[in-house]
Write a protein that binds this ligand. Structure first.
Ligand code: DI6
Ligand code: FE
Length: 428
């Protein structure tokens, strides 16, 4: 049984020292742990370091490696020494694809379906994505903030230190702004780094019913305004028969490109519409879902360095049967990430740990691939180079777990054994 968080104070908490030329007021040390650094290419799986030491300088890792190799010059300069009690340490988890800010829920719709109602019955009763758009529009920013905070806290409770939240349930300028502002505020309120993605091209709102191109015109106008307000880190779209076609998405991507914003795409979830090739042409950070990805789409993604984000929660919840082409993704060397897709319609899920398990059981990820999927590759899916592995110079975001081996993170179904989270060098 690990007992993390025991703190031993050094000789002088104000001790000042120099690491790599940077003057620091305090260095913090974690020892008595196994570190799954997730640094690729090493000899050990998971970049595992037994009996590791992690040295934190401010918000960054200053040194990571075997404790026996920690230079005594650095050891002498530590002001705080945390005994990790034999814990497993991983990078902070990254949930790289969520629609976490929304109003209402769709539990009644779920129940109706299980009582025999058809999709049309539900649509006639005002259900589906339209009902979430209505509930989101009706909710005040404060109400959205409160309901979204509960979901966010569940993810943070599982060691999530970076999260992406998409808009896409407002579908009008002031409503999309409200949702993105709520996401930004959540990021300032909780110990988590927030990335916001504009998903104006998620669905055609009721006032544009039958006129998707006119709605894309509106999206085209919203994007620069929201970007100028500092609310947009990336741009996403839903390329699907039931949403927008590649030509419509291309217009949105061109608008993003003109602003220097990176793009991502919900692609090939329910059919192969060539979204992956389109996204690759725009050097997309990621293509997400991908159950119907073709070999041509995969090759285009590989050439563009686009990450595949796989979403086992949506696959499970929609009772899909077409598996993403895992062997093709591996053969093409495409980095694979995993995320909750937290949304009220297709994946009402606030457990990234459950997604690790489902990625293994449903999609046949190895546990090592799964952990890379919520750390190193999830960082790449967000275009972030400063996190996702434990290495000197990167952000000091890491999690202590009461586990022996990293495979337990995927194996321990519904069993969250998080002991401690360190976010930007601070225990939270
Ligand atoms: N793909 C999905 O599965 C969700 N959005 C998307 O682009 C569904 C969203 C919903 O039903 O509310
Ligand atoms: Fe999604």
């Amino acid at each position: 049984m690990a007992h993390a968080g025991q703190v031993r104070h050094g000789p002088d908490p104000q001790y000042t020292c120099l690491v790599d030329g940077v003057l620091s007021v305090s260095l913090k040390l974690w020892t008595h742990c196994r570190a799954a650094t997730m640094v690729p290419g090493g000899t050990s799986a998971y970049g595992l370091v037994d009996d590791a030491a992690l040295l934190v300088d401010g918000e960054a890792l200053a040194w990571v490696g075997p404790r026996s190799e920690l230079p005594t010059t650095l050891l002498d300069r530590c002001t705080l020494h945390h005994d990790a009690g034999g814990a497993l340490v991983t990078p902070g988890l990254i949930d790289c694809h969520t629609h976490l800010v929304y109003g209402g829920d769709r539990a009644a719709e779920f129940e109706m379906r299980l009582n025999g109602a058809s999709y049309e019955d539900i649509a006639r009763a005002g259900g589906g994505i339209t009902s979430t758009v209505k509930a989101t529009r009706e909710a005040s920013a404060q109400e959205l903030q409160a309901s979204s905070a509960k979901r966010l806290q569940q993810l943070i409770g599982e060691g999530v230190t970076t999260i992406e939240i998409k808009s896409g349930y407002g579908l009008a300028l002031e409503q999309e702004r409200k949702c993105l502002q709520v996401a930004r505020t959540l990021g300032h309120t909780y110990a988590v780094d927030m990335r916001t993605t504009f998903l104006g091209a998620h669905a055609v709102p009721p006032e544009f019913a039958g006129h998707p191109d006119a709605y894309i015109d509106a999206v085209f106008q919203m994007l620069p305004i929201l970007h100028a307000e500092g609310l947009v880190d990336a741009v996403d779209g839903f390329c699907e028969r039931i949403a927008f076609n590649p030509a419509q998405i291309e217009r949105v991507f061109k608008a993003a490109q003109a602003l220097g914003l990176p793009v991502k795409l919900h692609a090939e979830q329910l059919s192969d519409s060539g979204g992956a090739q389109l996204a690759a042409r725009f050097r997309a950070l990621s293509c997400d879902h991908l159950e119907w990805l073709s070999p041509e789409g995969a090759r285009a993604m590989a050439a563009a360095g686009t990450v595949a984000v796989l979403l086992p929660g949506a696959f499970y919840f929609l009772r899909e049967t077409k598996l993403p082409p895992m062997d093709l993704l591996r053969e093409c060397g495409i980095p694979m990430a995993i995320s909750t897709d937290c949304n009220p319609g297709s994946s009402p899920c606030t457990s990234l740990l459950l997604m690790l398990n489902m990625a293994c059981t449903l999609f046949r990820f190895t546990p090592e691939e799964a952990l890379a999927g919520v750390t190193r590759n999830a960082a790449a899916a967000l275009g972030l180079k400063d996190r996702g592995v434990l290495a000197a110079g990167l952000r000091a975001d890491f999690v202590l777990w009461d586990f022996q081996s990293p495979a337990e993170l995927s194996y321990a179904l519904g069993n969250n054994q998080r002991l401690q989270t360190v976010f930007k060098g601070q225990v939270v």
